[in-house]
Design a protein around this ligand. Structure first.
Ligand code: ADP
Length: 233
């Protein structure tokens, strides 16, 4: 699903922030991306979503060479990659329904289909009864779940999340990881940037570690012998 061959990213101001990265994530995997602040985690996610382009090397996402996408191909690519952010980036003056509907409206879907899919997405994150609320009226955990519903509403095969639990307490953070695990069980590929090692070390998923733009560890899914509580408990 994701393949990096010698991918580098250089910014004029910061120099090389990703350095000859080689990695492969298969369809259907759920993978954590960790490493210290400034390691390049967000930059890698932005390259995958084609919000930035690699400076060198080849990045393939679902077979598409994202460094070579034309301007006309980018909207389709972005619809295939659901993005979730730490600060969720919701429109505060719009209802939950409108926030989740936005990608579908932009894609030109009809009103009935939009309503059907928005309800399905809100149902998956447990917020069906909050569709008319405005985000300010929701808790931080609920706001994050609206952001997740917006990312899955177009049913992308790949989700990338940038510190999705950074603003959440440990219980809500586990809940969000539980949602991701459920999406993964139905075949969605996930790449989740997180520096919450206390949480991810308790979960049985592959973990990639970046440090100063280089891949320094790739720990494959291990069997956790004594998880505190299973994610979907
Ligand atoms: P992480 O997500 O691991 O904290 P980032 O990918 O956000 O790391 O940042 C990696 C490095 O790239 C940092 O030094 C950061 O300052 C730099 N950087 C990120 N985005 C830009 C940008 N748009 N322009 C210049 N430098 C950037």
């Amino acid at each position: 699903m994701i393949r990096c061959d010698q991918v580098s990213k250089r910014y004029a101001e910061s120099g090389e922030v990703l350095n000859h990265l080689n990695l492969e994530i298969a369809a259907g995997e759920m993978v954590f991306l960790t490493g210290p602040s400034g390691a390049g985690k967000s930059t890698l996610l932005k390259l995958i979503a084609c919000l930035e382009r690699p400076s060198r090397g080849q990045l393939l996402v679902d077979g598409r060479n994202v460094g070579r996408l034309t301007l006309r191909q980018i909207p389709y690519h972005r619809r295939q990659v659901g993005m979730i952010f730490q600060d969720h980036r919701l429109l505060m003056d719009r209802s939950v329904f409108d926030n989740v509907a936005l990608p579908l409206v932009v894609a030109g879907l009809g009103a009935q289909e939009v309503a059907r899919r928005v309800r399905a997405a809100l149902n998956q994150v447990g917020l069906l009864n909050k569709d008319k609320a405005h985000p300010q009226a929701l808790s931080g955990g609920e706001q994050q779940r609206v952001g997740i519903a917006r990312a899955i509403v177009g049913r992308p095969p790949l989700l990338v999340a940038d510190e999705p639990t950074g603003n959440l307490d440990p219980r809500l953070a586990r809940e969000v990881m539980g949602l991701f695990a459920r999406f993964n069980q139905v075949g969605v590929t996930l790449l989740i940037a997180s520096h919450d090692l206390a949480l991810i070390s308790t979960l049985p998923y592959r973990t990639l570690t970046l440090d100063r733009g280089r891949l320094v560890a790739d720990t494959h899914a291990t069997q956790i012998t004594s998880p505190e509580t299973p994610l979907n408990a």
